[in-house]
Design a protein around this ligand. Structure first.
Ligand SMILES: Cc1cc2nc3c(=O)[nH]c(=O)nc-3n(C[C@H](O)[C@H](O)[C@H](O)COP(=O)(O)OP(=O)(O)OC[C@H]3O[C@@H](n4cnc5c(N)ncnc54)[C@H](O)[C@@H]3O)c2cc1C
Length: 442
């Protein structure tokens, strides 16, 4: 058995940030990660920084390319990042027939240069390598290829057991094992959470797309029975390559067929004429209401383990930094110090963001047909604010639709009825099919 001040389960952005910070604070730290190669990214991820414009969790991230650091000035920390980045100047939502809504006016933003970027993509593998390097430099013990299969509270702290029977004990344990967290389940945290469906994202890194602009993040509404969007995101590591994907909440739908139809038969097919597949990517995750209390005994939960959907790299490192601060004080002054982490979490995320609006928004194109979407998008002429905050976006779009009420009333009153349905139907009814078809992990 091995004993530490802090044992961390998972070496994603949250786990490695926790390791780096705790080892800097002088704690003895072990990180357990099931992947053999910690920095190898195998799942789909957009790798956009949320966010260099606008705030998320009360923070506006700064990318200091000269010093090779990502800085979090509102919280007061920075992390090393010596990898490439790629700016993009607008988030464009496109209807199936080509009408565009812009979050951030492309031309104006681009004319401002770096100051006008909506954000940038980064390389997650490099970020993990940078965090790992600093954690190891401060004597963190890193165990890769170790899957944690059990976690329990003891009189002295927390005990975790790996699949090969190794036992690690920590005065505190940080659970950073991601979105479908085995630790959250083992400690009963998911019992109080509500399940909203399973999201499957599939796609590929594609080279040589013929896009109207190569520095835009595109989301295109696809003409499918199940609501689906197609995403195109510039990749930081190679200017020729884009991360492309589609997501569905119906695991039984023909999503690969939909992907193929979109790339070969839609009005956007010419974008993919010369495309070359570099690598396929996929990921499965659940939408589940956020944990309200992220501390259970001596276990502290961070990153995706407690979020509704994804914490994003930003939320992962911020929550890890906050948790380690609280644990370090708790080790000296007693467990009540952890209340600070819980209240930060509740105030900054769990009680602040209305994740149900995001769920409602995701059902929109089940109600609106392609002509309805064209009509709405066509009439939103002004660019909406630059934004990548996944929760704020639905407010901007909802606000833009509200401004169109007079013209809808006059020309397409049936759209008002459809939007009212999306806005007012009981959520459980809107997504009952998704819940039925998903794979809950409570
Ligand atoms: C389709 C998609 C697109 C995304 N795009 C973006 C984006 O553009 N920008 C952005 O910032 N974020 C994006 N995200 C979200 C981002 O990937 C996550 O929010 C972030 O990685 C969360 O970090 P984490 O450390 O909490 O969890 P993870 O990154 O999931 O890390 C968890 C780690 O724990 C390990 N682990 C799991 N179980 C065990 C176990 N039992 N024992 C040991 N180890 C274990 C895993 O192998 C993994 O390394 C996207 C997510 C998806 C699904």
């Amino acid at each position: 058995m091995k004993r530490y001040d802090l044992v961390i389960i998972g070496a994603g952005p949250a786990g490695l940030m926790a390791a780096k910070t705790a080892s800097e604070y002088g704690l003895s730290v072990a990180v357990l990660e099931r992947k053999k190669d910690i920095c190898k990214i195998t799942r789909a991820c957009g790798m956009m920084i949320v966010s260099l414009s606008g705030t998320y969790l009360g923070e506006r991230v700064i990318l200091n390319a000269e010093q090779k650091r990502l800085c979090f000035p509102a919280y007061g920390f920075s992390i090393p990042y010596d990898g490439p980045y790629r700016n993009f100047y607008s988030w464009q939502l496109l209807s199936y027939n080509g009408e565009i809504v812009q979050l951030g006016d492309y031309k104006t933003n681009k004319s401002k240069g770096e100051a006008g970027r909506v954000s940038a993509t980064y390389d997650k593998s490099t970020l993990l390598r940078c965090l790992l390097r600093e954690a190891k430099a401060n004597s963190t013990d890193v165990f890769s290829g170790k899957t944690v299969v059990d976690a329990r509270q003891t009189n002295e702290g927390g005990r975790v057991i790996t699949s090969d029977g190794d036992i690690f004990e920590g005065r505190y344990v940080i659970a950073a094992d991601g979105r479908i967290s085995r630790t959250a389940k083992a400690l009963g945290l998911n019992k109080e959470r509500k399940f909203y469906g399973t999201v499957i994202s599939v796609g590929a890194y594609l080279a040589d797309l013929d896009l109207p602009a190569d520095d835009v993040f595109y989301s295109i509404f696809m003409a499918e029975k199940t609501p689906m969007r197609f995403y195109i995101i510039p990749k930081a590591t190679d200017k020729r390559v884009y991360s492309t994907s589609t997501a569905t909440m119906d695991p039984y739908s023909d999503y690969l067929g939909a992907l193929n139809r979109f790339m070969t038969q839609s009005r956007y097919a010419h974008w993919f004429r010369n495309a070359k597949k570099v690598e396929s990517r996929a990921v499965v995750g659940n939408m589940i209401s956020p944990v309200m209390n992220p501390v259970k005994g001596n276990f502290v939960f961070v990153g995706d383990t407690i979020w509704f959907q994804e914490s994003e790299m930003t939320g992962a490192v911020i929550s890890a930094w906050k948790a380690v601060g609280a644990i370090t004080v708790a080790l000296k002054e007693g467990k009540e110090a952890l209340n600070e982490y819980t209240s930060w979490w509740q105030k900054t995320y769990a009680n602040k963001y209305d994740f149900t609006q995001m769920v409602r928004g995701s059902t929109m194109n089940a109600f609106l047909n392609t002509e309805d979407m064209d009509f709405l998008f066509k009439h939103i002429e002004e660019a909406l604010p630059s934004c990548l905050d996944p929760y704020e976006v639905s407010n901007h779009i909802g606000g833009a639709f509200a401004k169109l009420l007079p013209i809808m009333q006059k020309e397409r009153p049936e759209i008002i009825a459809k939007l009212t349905k999306v806005r007012t139907s009981p959520l459980s009814k809107l997504i009952s099919a998704n819940i039925r078809k998903g794979f809950p992990n409570n």
